[in-house]
Design a binder for this molecule. Structure first.
Ligand code: GLN
Length: 190
C-alpha cells in the first residue's frame, strides 16, 4: 500500500486523508521532518503559506526542500505557493521546485472564495474547482504542463513528479486529481 504523507502542521489535512483512504492509499500525518523518510509521496495542503514557513523553521524547510526535489509532491493552494520558484504579494520564500510565479490572495476580498467549473485535461473533462483565498499562477515555465484553467490562468499543473492546484480538489467529490497524484507516485516512486 502506498504511504502518502500529508503535512499536518496547520490547514486542511483531514479531507486529503479521507480522499487517500477512498483511493486505497495510506495517509500519514507528517508533524515532524523525520517522518518524511518513511513515505512514498507528500501532500502539502491549504492553509497559510507564511504560517507553514514559520512552523517549519529553517531545518524543517531544508528537509522539506530536499524531499520535494527528489520525490512526488502535491501542493494545494498554500501548498502550491510553498512549491513555487517566485512568490508575490508579498514576496515570500518558496522551495523553488515548480517553475512558476504565483501571486498570493490574487482575487481580492470580495471574490476571494468561489466554486467554479472549468475545463480540465484529465479524462472526464470539466472539473469543479473550490477556491479559498486563492493564489493565482501568473507565469508558468516551459516544463510546466497546464491541466486545468480558470479565466485563462493555469490552476492545475504538473511538472515532472510535482503536481499543484490553486484550488482545493479535496473539497469536491471528484477524485481525479488525487488519483493523478497517486499515478505520479507509482511512476516516480523509489
Ligand atoms: N491565502 C493563503 C496563502 O496565501 C492560501 C489560502 C489557502 O491555502 N486556502 O498562503
Amino acid at each position: 500500500m502506498m504511504k502518502i504523507g500529508i503535512l499536518a502542521l496547520q490547514g486542511d489535512f483531514d479531507a486529503h486523508a479521507r480522499r487517500l483512504v477512498e483511493l486505497g492509499a495510506e495517509p500519514v500525518l507528517v508533524r515532524n521532518p523525520e517522518q518524511l523518510d518513511g513515505i512514498d509521496g507528500l501532500i502539502i495542503p491549504g492553509g497559510e503559506s507564511s504560517v507553514f514557513l514559520n512552523l517549519l523553521g529553517a531545518r524543517g524547510f531544508e528537509k522539506l526542500s530536499e524531499f520535494v526535489r527528489t520525490r512526488p509532491t502535491f501542493g494545494t493552494c498554500a501548498g502550491c505557493i510553498l512549491l513555487a520558484r517566485e512568490v508575490e504579494n508579498p514576496a515570500q520564500k518558496g522551495v523553488g521546485a515548480l517553475d512558476i510565479t504565483v501571486r498570493r490572495n490574487a482575487y481580492g476580498r470580495q471574490i476571494d472564495s468561489a466554486i467554479v467549473e472549468g475545463p480540465c485535461e484529465l479524462a472526464g473533462g470539466v472539473m469543479e474547482q473550490v477556491y479559498i483565498r486563492a493564489p493565482r499562477i501568473e507565469r508558468v515555465g516551459p516544463e510546466v504542463e497546464v491541466l486545468a484553467r480558470r479565466d485563462g490562468y493555469a490552476v492545475l499543473i504538473r511538472q515532472g513528479k510535482l503536481l499543484a492546484a490553486t484550488f482545493h480538489p479535496e473539497l469536491s467529490e471528484d477524485k481525479r486529481v488525487h488519483a493523478e497524484f497517486l499515478r505520479l507516485v507509482e511512476k516516480y516512486g523509489q
